[in-house]
Design a protein around this ligand. Structure first.
Ligand code: HEC
Length: 163
């Protein structure tokens, strides 16, 4: 009986010594994993966003706070500027074609990576507050290929809204 108590004590002690400091340390490590609940399946894409987009863009779900480009939570807020499909197309076009006369360069990501990041942004943009999650399941959501970027040389993508 007392052996059992001892075991329980050890488990409690281990939780205090190992788990709590670990939680504190991982909490304060660099990128702020914010207030948006990100699904396990989206963690890889989140890192793709952090590495390729986060320096310029704020997106709460990715914990990034770049200010070179627009805050994507604001610009793509659900109910404001569209649903998943519309935002997906919009993000993909920006990534593949660039945006604003090259202020955002074209082809930062291509192919599947571009589609995955577009789906991630469309699923999470504007999802602020505790308990919120993705608008769609990114593993089953539609991820159509990008349209063409317009053929005229030097086209000003900033004037195009592909929706
Ligand atoms: C070098 C900085 C930079 C990087 C890196 C960058 N962007 Fe941008 N992005 C911008 C700027 C600047 C604008 C706004 C241009 C304007 O409005 O003139 C913009 C605009 C956008 C828009 C708005 C398009 C619209 O229709 O309103 C989206 C969406 C976007 N970026 C997504 C992304 C994603 C996703 C990535 C990563 C693959 C990314 N950006 C990487 C600078 C960047």
């Amino acid at each position: 009986m007392s052996k059992r108590l001892f075991v329980i004590f050890c488990i409690v002690a281990a939780v205090c010594v190992v788990v709590i400091p670990f939680a504190v340390i991982s909490d304060s490590s660099g990128v702020e994993d914010g207030r948006v609940a990100v699904a396990e399946r989206d963690e890889g894409t989140k890192e793709l966003f952090q590495a390729n987009c986060g320096t310029c863009h704020t997106l709460a779900a990715a914990g990034t706070d770049g200010v070179v480009g627009p805050d994507l939570d604001d610009r793509l807020a659900p109910g404001g500027n569209g649903d998943y499909e519309g935002n997906y197309a919009r993000v993909l076009t920006a990534v593949v074609c660039g945006f604003g006369n090259g202020r955002m360069p074209a082809r930062i990501l291509t192919g599947e990576n571009a589609k995955e990041v577009a789906a991630f942004v469309a699923a999470y943009a504007g999802q602020l507050g505790d308990g919120d999650g993705p608008l769609v399941d990114t593993s089953t959501a539609r991820k159509p290929a990008p349209g063409s970027c317009g053929s005229s040389a030097g086209a000003d993508e900033g004037d195009q809204q592909t929706n």
